[in-house]
Design a protein. Sequence first.
Lengths: 249, 402
Amino acid sequence: MTCRTPDQAQAPSRRDFLRSGAALATMTLAPGVTLMAFGGSEAEAAADSGKRWGLLIDASRCAPGCSDCVSACKTENGWSGHGDPERDVQWIRKVTLKEKATGREVNLPMMCQHCESPPCVDVCPTGASFKRDDGIVLVDKHICIGCRYCMMACPFKARSFVHEPVTNQKPHAPRGVGTVESCTLCVHRVDAGGIPACVEACTAAGHGAMVFGDLRDPESEISRRLAEFPSAALRPDLDLNPGVRYAEI
Amino acid sequence: MAIDRTIYREIPFTPRLWAVTALLGAFLLGGVWAFAHVEHQGHVATGMTNQVVWGLPHVFAIFLIVAASGALNVASIASVFDNKPYKPLSRLSGVLAISLLAGGLAVLVLDLGRPDRLIVQMTHFNFTSIFTWNILLYSGFLGIVALYLWVQMDRNVHPKWTRPAGLLAFVWRLALTTGTGSIFGWLVARPGYDAAIMAPLFIAMSFALGLAVFILVLQALCALSPCPLGQALTARLTRLLALFVAAALYFTAVQHLTNLYAAEHAGIEAFILRDGGIYTTLFWGVQVGLGALLPLLLVYGRRTPPSAGLSAGVSLLVILGGLAQLYVIVVGGQAYPMELFPGYVVTSGFHDGQIAGYGPSLPEIALGLGGVALALLATGLGAKILRVLPTNLSDQNLAAKG
């Protein structure tokens, strides 16, 4: 992992400068159209390389019957099921864990873990799966060919293939039949200074099981809690360094 | 004993040729229908799900791609290893290799979620992806085998170039199958894959499957033309096929024994070898029993050379076993759940912790068979318009060459 000093984190690199130029050109020439010049997209250009966004999920606060995070994600990003659980997309899902040795049960939400070394990005033949400089892993819907190799590679079953034509898309979360999609960490909200819809809903419900923040900022709540209490990354054997961490499993 | 000169002839138009063409054309049309149907409806029209994301089309596609590199072995044995009886078969070997690869790639591309974006794949390369490397390997294979064919067929090219071209094609085909096996071998997340042995296993499979297809195609083309096909040649090819089958079986055994040694893989091994239902049946019954042990018994368990009918039967069994093996690898490997949380039983509304179900749909079967038909039609077209089929495959010629 490359460490940056605070000064380096603040100073934009030449790459950032070029990407910013791409974003500026996009907004100037054709608002609403994603410019693919310089190998970067509008979504990439908005990323701040000095940050790494992450989530901390406290399983002890995740209520068994609650699915507010899932509902909020559906509403925010415009995905829903067709009553076919095997084919329906799932950007976020609730899972129940039962410890084999003791029988103790916990609940938690599962979604894209926004890995630092994402296998989905490694295997994507076109580069449609990509990781922004701030650690958010996304799918560029313009160049996803629907090969599903990223789904084969993801250890968390976090990606879904869109099996049927979609309607009522949200402008900030474009979707398309025949392409792969997953949790975007509500990148449109994050770029506007907000927090993901799931975190907002969990907090509003009074559970407070999800904390969102910058893992590179030692003063952020997520960093302080990670430093203070034990937490775990999923599949640590794979050494992917996910941006999503779990506590109290 | 005098040896007839190797003269190549196009296969003539006969009613039987038209009948076979019409039959293959019907399967090709079925494939086109399947593509159009899935393109219109979305993949909801298939048996594939968000649990089993690669299904029967991938089994067919990988079969054809793997068989393509194996089909080239006949030419390699002739040019690279200087085995004279195989030399007249080199051209057909090359044409069949190109055709099988084209059929496999067609199935793979037409099953994409967005096949219309093929141009995107041709202009955007992610070099950390083994998929990308495979695209380059497949394209390179088509070009190199075309070059190899040209070197063999153009009288203005000195024959000394045949061996270097054959060597290049042989090395390339080994790389190609290594790449295809690595598509699975490099998937670290799934317990059914994540094994370096996938590469040599796929190479051994390609030797067997490619030769099995070659034997059947050679017999079919000779039946459609005046070219006499001696029993001695097919018997020799069939004995070589049995050797390749034994090699594939050996790598399969090593794959599973290695996994059984590691406690972390006990679950997937128990699933494939004992508790997996259809996958266990396909593994023991079709892949190992019908596809490997029975052919070995039929070939090595007799003192006389295999007859033409037995050669065809053994080749069909090997193909059946290969399809079963790929089905177990591709679908069985996905059906077994990934271990998200070691030490916990995981349940969810998204089938976490459960064996995933999969049943191939008609469009998937039609698309796969359409790819096979495309490969065979392309081979037939090659044999019709190019001089690839030799006229000196009789037993007397083989005896004279040794």
